[in-house]
Write a protein that binds this ligand. Structure first.
Ligand SMILES: Nc1nc2c(ncn2[C@@H]2O[C@H](COP(=O)(O)OP(=O)(O)OP(=O)(O)O)[C@@H](O)[C@H]2O)c(=O)[nH]1
Ligand SMILES: [Mg+2]
Length: 460
């Protein structure tokens, strides 16, 4: 992909709409996908950082004005810079907290979609991780009401901590324009310690602040619960020059603070090395086609404001994938039989061996694609299909053999037929001659190779 495209449009009425052209691009990518999404307050340099990850200065559009720039969710697929045969999908999202936005639920929907679609989520904020920054993320505490890991039909559909962290992306909290010293009680701390400390529950000192602090603590708890894997990056301001800051997609790197450039590079290396392939159901690597389905299903669920039941989405995708797995594997068996088979086969064993070989390969193909077939329903369907196809090939093998045998008999008995017609055997010694000629025909016929399974027609 040369440039980013809009993947999910955010319509004026608060609904989201999937861009069919963008998902078509996705469905053509057969490689496993590493999906990195960025979310965070508007105008905080998210798009700039996503371009860095794509390896370009320009791509996702940056805005120098106060108005929010990115709308909806944009996508850029590039070959993974370090993982061979993998693709890196970058999702740049609309900034949160935009005062011009009418629908307050919009932010949480964008956040939800980013969580559901990515394997690594970069939360971008500016300045410090303080009470104010957590206040802006308070809706994370509501995620439990919007995303359920279990199925709608599961009677006990209360999720527990372990389940969330298994299905949620790894989290990176990125603090832009960080100017403080990384110190706590006079001791130097790491970026990760800084984040972990900010996520510790706070005590309420004054009763009038109780509800506010409780709400923020709920947000802290939720972040810790959902995102088992957490990492923090703090970045210096890129420059002291306003003009440079406004046009970072155009100014050469030498104009930026070397600290900032260095920190960006470390972030980039970390993502390339640590962002994992997106999986569903823990075991199934997400390819372009599966991500396409996830985009449709999660967007639909988020838009209709109902709860997203991840288990149900996984189930419906697994059903579709398994159906395709059965079909592709059956087709593979058929194709291999046609390509490799020389019908009629010399013997029945040769036919059985060829079929077993093709079946083995087709089964491998089925197993590679199929997932969640715990009751082996699709596996059994695949076996039935193969049995049917095998019977078809077996009949074809018999027909080919019969046809060839008939041709051979005709070829070898041509002289005998002539002699019979001209009554050459109707004379003394004729019967003796007839028997000799007949024996010659059988000998000639028997010496012919590849007569196939219907060989018995020659056993005179
Ligand atoms: N101060 C500062 N400005 C930055 C930084 N990174 C990018 N910018 C500038 O900030 C402005 C906004 O950058 P974007 O990358 O468009 O920010 P965004 O978060 O994608 O903005 P929205 O799409 O509106 O949410 C541009 O003028 C950039 O040049 C940074 O780390 N610090
Ligand atoms: Mg942007």
């Amino acid at each position: 992909m040369e440039a980013p495209v809009c993947l999910i449009e955010n319509l004026q009425d608060g609904r989201f709409k999937v861009n069919d052209e963008a998902v078509d691009i996705l469905s053509k990518i057969n490689q496993p996908l590493v999906v990195v999404a960025t979310v965070g307050m508007y105008r905080t340099g998210k798009s700039y950082m996503m371009n860095k990850l794509a390896g370009f200065q320009k791509g996702f559009e940056l805005g120098a004005a106060v108005q929010a720039k990115t709308k909806g969710i944009w996508m850029w697929c590039v070959p993974h810079p370090t993982m061979k045969d993998h693709a890196l999908v970058l999702l740049d999202t609309e900034g949160l907290g935009d005062v011009q936005k009418g629908d307050k639920k919009n932010d949480i929907k964008i956040f939800c979609l980013s969580v559901l679609l990515s394997s690594m989520l970069v939360y971008n904020s500016r300045g410090t991780i303080d009470e104010d920054a957590l206040e802006k993320l308070r809706f994370v505490g509501e995620l439990a009401e919007l995303i359920k890991v279990k199925s709608k039909d599961d009677e006990d559909n209360e999720d527990n901590e372990g389940q969330f962290s298994r299905h949620f992306p790894a989290l990176i909290w990125m603090v832009r324009d960080f100017t403080l010293m990384l110190e706590l009680d006079g001791k130097e701390i790491t970026e990760d310690e800084y984040l972990e400390n900010a996520l510790l529950p706070q005590k309420c000192e004054r009763t009038e602040e109780t509800s506010k602090i409780q709400e923020r603590n709920r947000c802290r708890d939720a972040i810790r619960m959902y995102f088992d894997s957490r990492k923090c990056f703090v970045l210096d301001p890129p420059s002291g020059d306003k003009k440079v800051l406004q046009r970072m997609d155009e100014v050469p790197e030498e104009k930026l603070s070397p600290y900032f450039v260095d920190q960006c590079q470390k972030f980039q290396e970390y993502i390339y090395k640590n962002a994992k392939v997106k999986h569903i159901d823990d075991i199934k690597p997400v390819s372009g086609e599966i991500l396409r389905q996830l985009v449709y299903k999660y967007t639909e669920a988020t838009t209709s404001s109902s709860v997203v039941y991840m288990e149900d989405v996984v189930m419906s995708i697994s059903k579709m994938e398994n159906e395709v797995a059965v079909q592709e594997a059956t087709e593979h068996y058929e194709k291999m039989m046609k390509e490799r088979g020389r019908f009629p086969t010399e013997t029945l064993e040769e036919f059985m061996e060829l079929s077993a070989q093709c079946e083995e390969e087709a089964l491998q193909k089925f197993m590679n694609k199929s997932f969640r077939d715990s009751e082996l329903l699709f596996h059994k369907q695949f076996m039935r299909n193969i049995e049917e196809k095998k019977k078809k090939f077996s009949r074809m093998n018999e027909t080919a053999s019969l046809k060839y045998c008939k041709q051979l008999i005709k070829k070898h008995s041509r002289d005998l037929e002539d002699a019979l017609q001209h009554k050459l055997y109707s004379k003394p010694g004729g019967y003796q001659k007839f028997q000799e000629d007949m024996a010659l025909i059988v000998k000639g016929y028997n010496s012919e190779p590849r007569k196939g399974v219907e060989i018995q027609c020659g056993s005179y």
